[in-house]
Design a binder for this molecule. Sequence first.
Ligand code: SF4
Ligand code: SF4
Length: 595
Amino acid sequence: MLTTSEQIVYTNEAKCRDCYKCVRVCPVNAIRMSGGQASVVNERCIMCGTCIRNCPQNAKTYRRDIHKVREFLDGGYTTAVSIAPSFPALFNEWEIKRIPSLLRKLGFRYVYETAVGAFYSAWFSATELQSKDKRNLVCSACPSFVNYVRKYHPSLTDQLSGVDSPMIAHAKIIRSTVGSDVKTIFIGPCIAKKGEAGEPGNKGLVDAVLTFDELLELTEEKGISIDTLEESCFDSVPAGASRLYPVSGGFFRTAGIDYSGLKDSVTAVSGYEEVSELIRMLKEEKGVIAEALFCQTGCTNGPGLKSDIDLHSRKRRVIRYAAAGAESTGNEYDPMPYTDGSISFARKITPSPVTEKQFTEEQVREVLEHTGRINDSDRLDCGACGYSSCYEKALAVLRGMAEKEMCLPYMKKMAEQRSDKIIESTPNAIVILNYKLEIIKINPAFRRFFVCGNSSIGKPISLIIDPEHFIRLRESREEKTEIQQEHPKYGLVCHQLIYKLKEENQIVGIFVDVTKNLTDTRKLDDLRRQTIIQARELLNHQIEMAQKMAQFLGENTARGEILVENLIQLTADPAKSVNDKSAKNWLWDTGTSKR
Ligand code: SF4
Ligand code: SF4
């Protein structure tokens, strides 16, 4: 099993929110759900990138190879870049003319278009077609399509063309012209090319694969602005119409095969639906000649090419560039030196079937029963889980690819059961009314609060309680109201939350019994009132005391003044007799006696 860093398409677990979106979009069910995480099973994955485009959390991603390219550029290696013919889809006309300069500025020694290799792929495929007799033959530069056939329709592998893809053909040409120690870097819109470069038969030909998105990252990292660059040319010119290769039908044009869409045995397909149709044809018919690309409309819609430009405009840019290239280069086409067979562009594609463990009907039925899919009528085959039928999903559970709980109707039912349980057991009264304010549902607490039974169902709420607040909410634009209401008939005071269920045209009332709280509050208020009265009495008493004290202090002050006066007099007149009447007074007044 590959580690995350070796795997080409993988999940960033921290971002995965368990939404099953990738499971639903993956055309080959290569995503395993386990413990609330969606992981890509490498053996099943065809690297089409569909999950990457569709994940709302950007949790699906692919292996980045920029670090490798940095090493080559900074390590003094001789480097050659091969840029896929879909590159004009990403840039405007002005920028397209500066792409060779950009690649040189980034540090690549040789800058080429993969279209050079595409010409030879088409040339040798056309030769192969001439000798195919009545056999079907599918020419595909698309590794996702090739993976799809090898893994899921292995019996059709021998109907695939035995000629190298443009990337591999070009890598062979680069090695033969620049030298075997060259580091070849392919840049394109495709994630699956990363896998193709690592195939055992291709080892050592392409040293790194960057997507266009990675190219832009590298450009930004190096602080290069295309605006500041000069127009320049690539180091060689591709032959024929090979710059059209990335658009559906481009291979046929390059190979010179009559493809007008009117010959029923010659077909160009793109996108999963058309690919599935082609697979059916290959199984049922003979003499089919096909060109297949897994991305809808072709590589200009590859997962490594993020662009705001619509698919039609991208295609037009490629077509315009191909046409302009042919005009500007006149007869200076590559002299086609490799058509003589001096380089072998043969490839061997071997089947790599995904083996599915088989299970008995009994085992499948057990899983189906677990999620309540007992009878045929319970099996909705809704596809919400990402599998085409309840049966397929049950098989996926047994194969360890899916979790039992991934069934939406089952989850909904469970949630309903759970909420039913809450409604049944809550101590708060709940009533659900229709817009005519007739009772649809009541819970046990409601029956207890308002002394009623299930016979109230269908009757107006006004027969049980004052409906005023329900009426007001129904007539207003408000979504909910929260009030406290007395129900004297039942000796209750309730805190009430009343809200609308708009889609259902229903009104829900939740009643919380606050009678006891209210009684306690009233008791508390009484206590508070009594305390205030007592406090007030105490205060009055203290004021009275204070006044008396003040009076007393006032007397003492007057006496003190007399004493001080006497003392001064005594100090000033030592001869004054202590027997003097006034002197006796002050001695007496400074005593410790109680008064
Ligand atoms: S890359 Fe394609 S095949 Fe692989 S997991 Fe994603 S959607 Fe499935
Ligand atoms: S159509 Fe092109 S970009 Fe898409 S998977 Fe195939 S080769 Fe890659």
